[in-house]
Design a protein. Structure first.
Length: 156
């Protein structure tokens, strides 16, 4: 079943708001690190960490939860896929890092969107978060990695 037009519009508005906040206010705090999908060691660590910290919600194959575009009754949305069918690759690495480490409110200053994802600052090191992002990126087709890298370049 496809999401309703209203659900798609609501999701687009939320994502546009997050993106606008990112563009308008930037992301303070000097994030350092990289997610390099060509770094075999980083990808291997990321695969291990993803399996223990992320796969239970986002899927072993990065497929996300069913109906991930449909709002849940209590607010927020199911976990989205991190493969090429999701929207993860539409965001810069720094954005993804902050969202993962600090959550939507603290990491991005977003108060209009309820995220059901926990912040991982107390359970994962920065290196582990970057490694997870490297693993996720390593699973994307080359064309998607190239498009996401252009997004990274525009935000640097």
């Amino acid at each position: 079943m496809f999401p309703s037009k209203r659900t798609l519009i609501a999701g687009a508005v939320v994502l546009a708001g997050i993106g606008a906040a990112y563009v308008m206010f930037g992301l303070p705090g000097g994030v350092t690190g990289t997610a390099d999908p060509a770094d075999a060691g980083q990808v291997a660590l990321g695969k291990e960490v993803y399996g223990t910290a992320c796969a239970s919600c986002h899927g072993v194959e990065l497929e996300g939860q069913a109906d991930w575009r449909k709002a849940l009754p209590g607010g927020g949305f199911p976990a989205p896929p991190h493969d090429e069918t999701g929207h993860t690759w539409h965001h810069a690495d720094e954005f993804l890092f902050r969202y993962t480490k600090l959550g939507a409110k603290e990491g991005l200053g977003v108060t209009t969107f309820k995220s059901n994802m926990q912040a991982f600052r107390d359970t994962l090191s920065d290196a582990e978060i970057w490694a997870v992002l490297a693993f996720i990126k390593s699973r994307w087709p080359s064309a998607i990695r190239q498009r996401q890298e252009r997004i990274n370049q525009r935000t640097r």
